[in-house]
Unconditional design. Structure first.
Length: 133
């Protein structure tokens, strides 16, 4: 699960890595849940339809894309409140930037939280372990 933005410096590396992981693990149950968010540097200004068109045309990839949300502040989406509550102690509770990542197991438990600067491919070992558990 990740908060995404189309005009972020992390966009290319993350979408390319998500596409690669999806190709490797989708059949085993991996889903990349992408939540557009415009809270960081106004880097996700388009509608959900335009965001999905951008990802499809730029990366030939279709993540599970959800509605644009807020991940911090008084309008924080309830799902993100839950995620931060479950895995907020090792980092600041607030999401610091686009492409913060959470790993969720098959039972809906938040297993780990990763910074925006962590390459999704670096999570492959943990993803593989969770999918084979």
């Amino acid at each position: 699960m990740t908060n995404v933005a189309s005009y972020c410096g992390y966009t290319d590396s993350n979408y390319n890595a998500f596409k690669e992981l999806d190709g490797l693990y989708r059949d085993k149950g991996l889903r990349v849940a992408a939540f557009p968010c415009n809270q960081f540097g106004k880097q996700e200004t388009e509608s959900e339809t335009k965001i999905m068109d951008f990802v499809k045309s730029s990366y030939t990839y279709t993540p599970d894309m959800y509605a644009k949300i807020e991940v911090n502040g008084p309008k924080t989406h309830p799902l993100w409140k839950f995620l931060k509550k479950e895995r907020g102690s090792s980092m600041a509770s607030d999401i610091p930037w686009n492409f913060s990542k959470f790993l969720i197991d098959r039972n809906g438990h938040v297993v780990a939280r990763y910074s925006h600067s962590v390459d999704p491919l670096d999570l492959e070992e943990e993803i593989n372990r969770l999918l084979n558990a």
